[in-house]
Design a protein around this ligand. Structure first.
Ligand code: CO
Length: 320
């Protein structure tokens, strides 16, 4: 009788230790994650932050502008597993073929999180405006919400979101335009009256293109009269900016991307040697032109804005 009891006891211990080996081991290396093993806060709740950007095929820019933000988010929210997704399938394909670098789309990353048993997911876009890319991401998240894939899943704000205030449902927003202008100040040089900074935003036919005009207003109200906003694919266009430069009798222009990454648009549309680049067009009109080839993701103040947006979205999620 005693022997059976002892054997049972050892069997129990063996089962318990085996369970622990299976359940407590670090998940196998996931090459889609830039951030290493998961660190669930409490048992039963596995929490993740999925950081989503358009992506870039410029390796240095990816490290400086995307990885830098991901790392800051990871270090600020240690109870959460931080993962990466890109929305551009062209860039994902290019990186896989050229560099054997495998990066998930938001859908793929969320499927993996679901499969791995994550229960709470915050999706934080690194977008600048609430444009088409942001809408697409919200739609992806809605899909996972509707299918009850996670206990909770929410989306964080991009950079330009609200002028601040309280919604009728009680949600409160900070003035993200004022915050963005403060962040821009960290990278703006002191300007003489005949020198202007021209920020190159992406621009879009999406209604959120109005964000650029709002930013221009807030810049002006902050006394930054010689900081002008233009866009590649929306309004204001470079033609509109040129009129403003002439009216202000500007002689020197410093071009600066109003984008997360100084990638293709910054290197070609803004600073390329082709005749139609902003640099070439402005030079042709007699302006002295310089370019600042750094994306907003390199600026610690913008990194902090993203961290702050994660914090607010997590607070919102915890209220649910
Ligand atoms: Co583009």
């Amino acid at each position: 009788m005693n022997m059976i009891k002892i054997t049972l006891k050892y069997l129990m211990m063996l089962v318990l230790s085996l369970t622990c080996i299976a359940g407590c081991s670090t998940p196998a290396g996931n090459n889609a994650s830039p951030t290493g093993p998961s660190a669930p806060a409490t048992q039963g709740d596995k929490k993740a932050i999925l950081v989503v950007s358009f992506g870039t095929s410029y390796n240095d820019a990816r490290v400086a502008n995307i990885e830098s933000v991901e790392t800051k988010i990871k270090e600020s929210f240690k109870d959460y597993e931080t993962r990466r997704a890109f929305t551009s399938e062209i860039i994902i394909k290019k990186l896989a073929e050229r560099d054997k670098l495998i990066i998930d789309t938001p859908d793929q990353a969320l499927d993996k999180l679901k499969k791995e048993g994550f229960t709470q997911v915050l999706v934080q876009p690194l977008h600048i405006i609430t444009g088409e890319e942001y809408d697409d991401l919200v739609n992806v998240v809605n899909k996972y919400q509707t299918s009850n894939s996670f206990k909770k899943i929410v989306v964080g704000r991009p950079i330009l979101y609200s002028i601040g205030g309280k919604y009728s449902d009680g949600r409160e927003y900070p003035n993200s335009y004022a915050m963005a202008v403060e962040a821009l100040k960290k990278q703006l040089p002191a300007l003489d009256s005949d020198t202007a900074v021209v920020l190159m935003g992406h621009g879009t036919p999406h209604p959120a293109n109005a964000s650029y005009a709002c930013l221009q207003s807030v810049l002006r109200d902050s006394g930054l009269d010689n900081v002008l906003v233009g866009t590649v694919e929306g309004y204001p266009a470079l033609e509109d900016v040129k009129k403003e430069l002439a009216a202000k009798k500007i002689k020197k222009v410093i071009l600066m991307p109003l984008m997360l990454v100084a990638g293709d648009h910054a290197n070609n549309d803004m600073n390329g040697d082709e005749d139609d680049s902003w640099k070439s067009q402005l030079k042709k009109e007699g302006y002295a032109v310089e370019a600042y080839l750094h994306g907003l993701g390199e600026n610690p103040a913008f990194q902090d804005m993203y961290v702050n947006n994660v914090k607010d979205a997590l607070a919102e999620m915890n209220k649910q």
